[in-house]
Design a protein around this ligand. Sequence first.
Ligand code: NAD
Length: 348
Amino acid sequence: MTKKKKIVVLGGSGYIGTQLCELYKNETHKYNITVIDNRFISERVKQLNEWGMRFIQGSILDEKLMKEQLKDCDFCFHLAGQTVVPSTKSDSNPEWDKQIIETGTKGSKIVIDSMGPNCKIIFPSTHVVFEGLKETVYDIDENHETCPVLSYSKSKVETEEYLKSLSDKNYIILRLSSAYGIVHDSSSMRLNVLPNLFAKMTSQGQTLKLYSKGVQLKSLVSINDICRSMKFFMSQTEIKREIFNISNENMTIKQLSELCQKIKPSIEIIETNDKIPNLGYSMDNSKLKNTGFSFQSNIEDELREMINYWSFDKKKMNNSKVYSKKEEFEMNKLISPDPHMGGGIIID
Ligand SMILES: NC(=O)c1ccc[n+]([C@@H]2O[C@H](COP(=O)([O-])OP(=O)(O)OC[C@H]3O[C@@H](n4cnc5c(N)ncnc54)[C@H](O)[C@@H]3O)[C@@H](O)[C@H]2O)c1
């Protein structure tokens, strides 16, 4: 019998990690999967155990743990990092920056140094490495020079550089656009990414406020396609030491808000003159598509799913009310011509 390959998912209790593990849930006969995260989330650990995956609560800053777990590892998904980060210089402070760099740069070095010689690492970097662009650049490809400004993107660039400088490491760097889409484990759902936040606000009937009239350009990709691309690159043994942009759609924030309004026409959108850090930029995905990878999800469908999932639905409320026989008869006449299709009304 062939030996099972070992997969280690670092930061596996997070938004991407949750969805990624779900993609592997029927493959534990082929892989030994260990998930490491410094957060212990009860339901998540139970679910991983049920899928046949091992959970270890621990930090990527723990050199001993990393050496133990990564020396014989075949595939490492390094998703661990701080994602609650400042979005402008004025938001940031030295203590916060220190923490981001500590996990992002120092932690990543520990991970990379701990990997055994046969390990392939999939490292999610970000499109934010271009946040310093002074004007809008369209279709940025993988060779474009990075210009990080804040600690989050600086630490991503430092890790990219560290991987590239060590000629013996087998890596794939994925520059992810802003992720969108629901993960059905609420403890891992991220609402601090713009498409998810807009969907949440729309579902709650809140007004969408567009800074600088929503002109900023954003690149987007679904959580489903991010995880599919990670799995894809893990399995492509001939593709190594490469960077790929993982981006499906490019649109302005105004266009994103209009999609929300298309799904829920009653919401209000207002435009303000508040300043934004840059006008945004768009990402080119042709290198990714040339590998044969194709996208499955799109922004409109995923926004609709999230908005419907969180919206208060009067029909659902009506359906849970207990009606008298007379009321039910009257309502059935209104709701449906067929009294046997009365919408699941509970009768006394
Ligand atoms: N979601 C996006 O839109 C997006 C876009 C670009 C890049 N990324 C990158 O992808 C990775 C995963 O993102 P996510 O959206 O799942 O974020 P997330 O915040 O949901 O998950 C990150 C996980 O890392 C864990 N973690 C933090 N510090 C740790 C440490 N020292 N040791 C072990 N675990 C630690 C956290 O507990 C969390 O569960 C991050 O590195 C992020 O920068 C995400």
